[in-house]
Design a protein around this ligand. Structure first.
Ligand code: UD1
Length: 418
């Protein structure tokens, strides 16, 4: 099992590259199934989840070539409609392939992604929408089989919650459905917009409006295109928190400041300085950061649940008491016990976590239970006195490309042990 040794309390200073967003790359890779010509995806992060997506595409019959951050996919030759369980299990978000496969092949067979480290992770909204589009869905023995007679039906689909994955699946399923499909209460995350932009470049007709509707006018085919994945706003937030916790001064390169609009007010309240010039963000610290009164996770454009853990790790070092309310996932405080092991003062009651800042965190051995929890451990380890050992880097490697090299380049003392 790999682990990361972090020698904390060293000021971070220098430049950090921000790569393409994992949560944008995964649905865009899945959507290439719908294209009858070659697609070239630039700025595709080198991560284990992306590797699994490419394996799924190859298994289905697509031709896949990877050259660094560029991926070339030709899905014209796809002839399978199933995803084997071992690939489904490696990545929970593999469920986003479902809509694309049904749309292309009129049938699909995948295993159930099941519960996960963030608590139960149902896919009822995905399946309900597919059924509404005329898909027969059979769920048995952990397997989902979908079948549609002729083609998928358009119509109005109303989501009870703006689920990111369900919105993506409906968009992918409806691209070829005759007529107009309207998604009411669709998710509006930047990664959804990136998927829509990619599909429209391939000839899809997808529109969004201010009320949160996504309207898809069915087309008969999609061509190929070249597309650049948007920067990873959560990786950017993680490096911002890492620099701030060490009293550092860093320049993040390749960010999109618009996507960080819910993050900046938090840093401002913490009295951490930021300045954006084009795609570069400078962050520096003049005094010990202050607490933040209330962080409530919300669907975009609200504060992202994926940034909750890393901001909580930072707040553990701040002056004063910060309050977090997690509204998106049921069980997204697993990092709290590990932060407490490092000396943080955090109490959880239901959806609320109260963090009393201290500057007395001491390195020790910690675990991670999910991707962003692992990132929170890295942030806390960088700020703590002495050595922190983060066990099991599988989660971290799902979402952070080159993290130890990037941290070393700005002065961190970190070492991966395989
Ligand atoms: C995506 C992101 C993940 C992020 C999350 C919320 C990817 C690959 N992952 O996950 O990093 O944390 O959005 O921003 O993009 N729900 C249901 N039924 C469903 C679907 C969802 O009850 O059918 C619930 C979930 O349990 C959860 C909430 O809705 O409580 C949000 O889930 P959703 O927006 O679907 O997240 P994901 O797409 O899984």
């Amino acid at each position: 099992m790999s682990k990361l040794l972090i020698c904390g309390n060293r000021r971070l200073e220098g430049r950090v590259p921000i790569y393409g967003a994992k949560n944008s790359a995964l649905p865009i890779l899945a959507s290439t199934i719908l294209c009858s010509e070659e697609c070239v995806i630039h700025n595709c992060p080198i991560l284990s989840d992306v590797y699994v997506s490419l394996k799924i595409l190859e298994y289905l019959g697509a031709k896949v070539k990877r050259e660094g951050h560029d991926v070339i996919i030709n899905a014209n030759s796809i002839d399978r409609y199933d995803i084997p369980e071992f690939l489904m299990r490696q990545m929970r978000s593999s469920i986003i392939f479902l809509g694309a496969i049904v749309s292309r092949m009129n049938r699909a067979k995948v295993s159930f992604p099941g519960g996960c480290e963030l608590g139960p992770r149902p896919i009822d909204l995905h399946l309900k929408a597919l059924k509404q589009m005329g898909v027969t869905v059979k769920e048995q023995h952990g397997c989902i089989e979908c079948h549609v007679e002729k083609s998928l039906k358009s119509g109005e689909i109303s989501l009870s919650f703006p689920s990111v994955g369900a919105t993506e699946n409906i968009i992918l399923a409806s691209v070829f459905a005759k007529g107009k499909t309207k998604i009411i209460n669709a998710a509006r995350e930047p990664e959804i917009t990136d998927l829509i932009n990619f599909l429209n470049k391939c000839g899809a007709k997808i529109f969004t409006n201010k009320e949160g509707f996504v309207i898809i006018e069915g087309v008969s085919r999609l061509t190929g295109t070249e597309h650049r994945i948007i920067p990873d706003r959560i990786a950017a937030t993680t490096y911002m928190a890492a620099a701030a916790v060490t009293g550092g001064d860093v320049l993040l390169e390749g960010i999109c400041s618009r996507h960080l609009s819910a993050i900046f007010p938090i840093f401002e309240e913490m009295k951490i300085k930021t300045c954006v010039v084009k795609k570069q963000l400078r962050l520096w610290v003049e005094d010990r950061p202050r607490c933040v009164k209330l962080v409530r996770t919300m669907p975009y454009p609200g504060f992202p649940t994926d940034a909750q853990a890393v901001i909580m790790a930072l707040s553990a070092f701040c002056q004063g008491t910060s309050v977090f309310v997690e509204n998106i996932f049921e069980s997204r405080y697993k990092h709290v016990d590990e932060l407490v092991r490092l000396g943080a003062n955090i109490k959880v009651e239901g959806k609320t976590a109260i963090v009393r800042g201290t500057n007395n965190l001491q390195g020790t051995t910690v675990k991670s239970y999910d991707l962003r929890g692992a990132a929170a451990m890295v942030v806390a380890g960088l700020g703590a006195q002495g050595e922190t050992c983060l066990l099991d880097l599988r989660h971290l490697d799902r979402g952070y490309e080159n993290i130890e090299e990037n941290l070393k380049a700005i002065g961190a003392l970190v070492k991966r042990i395989e």
